[in-house]
Design a binder for this molecule. Sequence first.
Ligand SMILES: [Zn+2]
Length: 250
Amino acid sequence: MKIYETHAHLDFPKYDKDRENMLNKCFQSGIEYINNIGVDRKSIVASFQLADKYPQIYATAGFHPHDAEKYEAELVEQYATHPKCVAIGEIGLDYYRNLSPRKIQKEVFAQQIEIAIKHNLPIVVHDREAHADTLEILEKYLPPKVVFHCFAGDEIMAQKIYAHGWKISFTGTITYKNSTQINVVRNCPLDAFFIETDSPYLTPVPFRGKRNNPANLRYIIEKIADLKKISPKEIAACAFRNSQKFFLEK
Ligand SMILES: [Zn+2]
């Protein structure tokens, strides 16, 4: 089973003690590619260092809405031209924690969408309790390649996303008892989804509460397979094909 981990933060200090060992275990267990996601200056630089070191790792450049006030356009522009840059992200709006003023979040989101369009790069979107504004800003620009990371919207929003040819991505939250995404998973077209762990966060059942890692994608694959009544092998293959086409083919 070839697996594409589309969203992880493996540069975070939680992996400092055993990063190499953890990554090797992932690669041995079928993880073929990993997108390491930048959220601020430190993590952007660290993500591209990982990408330079490991052929299987790609990276993204972007300022998370939490860090919108620290936005540095030149840094994102600089890494947008790196040969292993697969997207601008994660960028977007977070009205749950509101760590930056909403006005600045919106401006910084829009500016980074413009960079993605200029460099012909996909966009990895973070949207937490900001569905309407996130869609409104994206629909103003209509970039061709957009993925809603850890999709948390409803069926109506998902349909709007598919209609634009955009994608959604599932994390370990779909394995949780209180998941609101069960019908979204069931009804999602086979060419419209990716899988991700968002490591070190959102660890799937049965390891919920522990540090996450990309090898846990198998539990997300199994859950999607179970909900869609399709074999895990086929789910993994669809997600792999979708992500490879989206991130690695220009
Ligand atoms: Zn993330």
